[in-house]
Write a protein that binds this ligand. Structure first.
Ligand code: SOE
Length: 389
């Protein structure tokens, strides 16, 4: 029986646009899915850039007019991979046009925007998903399975850090991620959003937070519009204000009594994309580091005393989530495979008429924690995310 087709419009063709394009090309080749995505059109600010992206990434068409594209009758799903300030207008327009909406994290630049997006997709009755790709790492999906099996017992600690260092040089220019009006926040919304989502995925809801935000380098050289629209800095570049955090740390109390520490920074010299966590419970512990993404460290108090210690589980067996679709045991996978897993789960849910997981409801929960930390840092007090909803 011919597979149902789903015509996709992707908006954005930089890093996330590339990662999602690769996932659309691969998902039906490696996973048995009841609906096949068709890479119809890729949109961007710049017509020439979008046309080059379409040719390079495998899209049938390109456009510089996203408002027109989201209304096209032949488009079934809109996937948003733009800077955060465009998430809300694009998702709301797509929902009002009756399209399925997939959006990169964080859902929006504010809780109010995230709630407006959830209202729009709910009112329109369209499927909606948020791309939290780290839930789809086999070793992390295994961590959740072990917790659900009770292998850790009562959870006491969730300890997470997402460490990068790409802006540590003062000469690094004032890109969109360093401007609040475009990105909403800095390391906080970009990186804490990921570990907050993993906390929700692995531990549960967060009751209260207490945070601190810092900007180490407060001025950076502005990008000058060079010939052809490509941004560039020059030795005499004008300086501009950095209006977001370079690092944000916070404490958390979970509804289930566990405690958490969260750290997101772009100033961890030498750490390139180090997303790591450790969970400690009454019967065991788990530890994960994205720089060793196929491995999960597991300690079980049930092991006999003389044999207790952290063991390394190589999550590449057929019994582990997702990996059976790829390679034989031990043939590890990478960062790009997690986006294929996002699409596998989303497209299967769409075909089966189930809610995509995670979706805009998870995005709003995440945004409430992000915003509670910002309020806490400004007012120097503990804040409950629930009090902002
Ligand atoms: C930049 O910090 C970034 O690309 C994040 O935006 C992604 O979500 C993360 O997966 C990798 O780093």
């Amino acid at each position: 029986m011919p597979k149902r087709k789903l015509n996709v419009a992707l908006i954005g063709y930089q890093f996330m646009g590339k990662a999602h394009s690769n996932a659309y090309r691969q998902v039906a080749r490696y996973f048995d899915i009841p609906v096949e995505p068709v890479m119809k059109v890729i949109c961007g600010l710049n017509a020439e850039g979008a046309a080059n992206a379409a040719a390079r990434l495998g899209w049938e068409e390109s456009s510089a007019d996203w408002q027109q594209v989201v209304r096209r009758p032949d488009i079934d799903m809109v996937d948003i991979c733009t800077p955060g300030h465009m998430h809300a207008p694009m998702a709301i327009a797509a929902a009002e046009a009756g399209k399925t909406v997939l959006c990169e994290k964080p859902l929006a630049n504010s809780l109010a925007e995230a709630q407006a997006m959830l209202s729009a997709v709910t009112k329109a009755g369209v499927p909606h998903g948020i791309c939290h790709n780290y839930r789809k790492v086999p070793a992390i999906a295994l961590a959740r399975q072990l917790i659900e099996e009770g292998r850790l017992g009562t959870i006491y600690h969730f300890r997470a850090a997402y460490l990068q260092d790409w802006i540590i040089e003062p000469s690094f220019p004032l890109v969109w991620r360093l401007q609040k009006e475009l990105a909403g926040s800095g390391a906080h919304g970009d990186l804490n959003a990921h570990i907050i989502d993993l906390a929700h995925f692995l531990i549960g809801d967060i009751a209260e937070v207490c945070g601190h935000m810092v900007t180490f380098i407060k001025q950076r050289p502005k990008l000058a519009k060079a010939a052809g629209g490509l941004a560039a800095t020059s030795s005499t570049a004008e300086m501009g204000e950095v209006t977001v955090d370079d690092a944000t740390l916070f404490l958390a109390r979970f509804e289930n009594g566990a405690v958490g520490t969260f750290e997101a920074t772009r100033f961890a010299q030498g750490r390139k994309n180090c997303n790591r966590f450790e969970i400690n419970g009454s019967k065991g512990s788990l530890a994960f580091d994205l720089e060793r993404m196929n491995e999960l460290e597991f300690y079980s108090a049930d092991d006999p005393a003389h044999a207790q210690g952290f063991r390394t589980i190589l999550a590449t067996e057929g019994v582990h989530p997702y990996v059976g679709a790829w390679w034989p045991p031990g043939h590890i996978i990478g960062y790009e495979h997690t986006f294929v897993h996002v699409l596998y789960d989303a497209l299967t849910a769409i075909a089966e008429g189930r809610p995509i997981s995670p979706n805009f409801e998870d995005g709003v929960r995440n945004q409430a924690v992000l915003e509670a930390v910002e309020v806490s840092a400004q007012e120097r007090r503990w804040v409950s995310p629930g009090s902002l909803l």
